[in-house]
Design a binder for this molecule. Structure first.
Ligand code: DP6
Length: 325
């Protein structure tokens, strides 16, 4: 194919987190992880390989990226060229669709969409497992964004065996995520650096691996049985176990800010009022609240009164990657 190819991929929220690599080059994780793909937040990327280009061109939300800012994308394109046996440079046009300028844009949707568009534009026709392996080379969390609904990333031990698979792509129970945008600014410590610090310096790292493997099995069972309490409780515990690794790293750090802590306390307050909801957080201060669809509006109102209208977004289970022909 020499015509432009467009792919669309949604972001995902990990219920059992990936935090640490066995292989930094190939992005092989230290544990299995499990996520819910979200419908409201996605990336759309168009790729075309062109003989007349003397370098890769990356346009991100209407702005041309500099050499240094596009480094990760260009390294990824090198890998795709090598797989496809081509050497043309590419024009990459990518757009993030997030309801506000929110800091909810993710490398997960970004590299999943890039993997889909670049591989097909290069003439490769990968199945979804191989697409997830390719997306993994860009960013670990992108591995899971190939699939919709609940998806797992099997750790594996090498490039061939570390990939995502669907657990339930179209859940029949109504799960919602209320995302609180607590700081739209760039995160200070990237997940890449943060997880490396944890692996290398946290004395709790081996305990994390053990706990996260158990959490993975528990959340899988909770999905099978549509047991919301078990899913929510285990996800919240897993998130805080991950964040305990940042606090116990050397140098120690945290992704929490004052608003994050307030929001977590508000979730617990809602639980005391009998509303079943649980929180999770990734490598930034935003808090995501996992709840049942029927409670989403009430939870949205509760948080909007403290954090403002635009800071509270409700989203549900989303679909897997789609790629144009
Ligand atoms: C906390 O996928 O951003 O969101 O593989 O280095 O690109 P790299 O890291 P990234 O890490 C995501 C960490 C997380 C948990 C998760 O999504 O599983």
């Amino acid at each position: 194919a020499d015509h432009p190819i467009t792919a669309k991929a949604h972001t995902n929220i990990a219920l059992v987190k990936y935090w640490g690599k066995l292989d930094n080059q190939l992005i092989i994780p230290q544990n299995d992880s499990l996520s819910l793909t979200l419908d409201e937040f996605y990336t759309q990327t168009t790729v075309q390989f062109l003989p007349e280009l003397s370098a890769d061109e990356v346009i991100f939300d209407n702005e041309r990226l500099s050499e240094s800012a596009s480094k990760r994308v260009r390294t990824f394109l090198d890998h795709v060229r090598q797989l496809a046996g081509i050497n043309f440079h590419a024009r990459v046009i990518t757009k993030n669709f997030v309801p506000t300028a929110a800091g909810l844009a993710s490398s997960a949707s970004g590299f999943a969409a890039l993997a889909g568009a670049a591989s097909r534009a290069a003439g490769l026709n990968l199945n979804r497992r191989d697409l997830s392996r390719l997306a993994r080379r860009g960013s670990g969390s992108a591995t899971r964004s190939i699939f919709g609904g609940f998806a797992a990333w099997q750790q594996g031990q090498d490039d061939a065996t570390s990939y995502a698979y669907p657990i339930d792509e179209q859940p029949t129970w109504d799960i919602a995520v209320v995302a609180l945008v607590l700081n739209a600014k760039q995160k200070k410590i990237s997940s890449r650096v943060g997880m490396r610090l944890a692996v290398e310096t946290s004395p709790f790292y081996s305990a994390w691996i053990k706990a996260s493997q158990a959490d993975f099995e528990t959340v899988k069972t909770a999905i099978q049985n549509e047991d919301f309490e078990l899913l929510g409780h285990t996800s919240e515990q897993n998130a805080m176990r991950m964040h305990a690794l940042t606090l116990s790293s050397d140098p120690n750090f945290t992704y929490f800010n004052a608003d994050s802590i307030q929001a977590m306390n508000m979730v617990k307050e809602l639980r005391l009022q009998g509303i079943s909801c649980y929180f999770t957080m990734d490598a930034g201060p935003n808090v995501k609240i996992i709840c049942q669809g029927a409670d989403a509006e009430r939870i949205r109102c509760y948080f909007q009164s403290s954090f403002g209208q635009d800071q509270v977004l409700v989203t549900r289970s989303g679909t897997g990657i789609s790629i144009s022909n």
